[in-house]
Unconditional design. Structure first.
Length: 51
């Protein structure tokens, strides 16, 4: 395995979207995003909660 793959860590080639909840329904997917990583670096903390 390449040195830049195989784990979620800074500088690794991980693209990851963290979602709130466990449901598989994608109807409100955009409201469930909590964090986004691209190429192993956080690019968004997701939307802020209204509550």
């Amino acid at each position: 395995m390449a040195e830049d793959r195989g784990e979620i860590a800074d500088g690794k080639r991980a693209d990851l979207v963290a979602l709130h909840g466990t449901g598989l329904d994608v109807a409100a997917l955009d409201t469930r995003i909590r964090a986004v990583w691209r190429s192993g670096r956080p690019v968004s903390a997701g939307p802020r909660s209204a509550s």
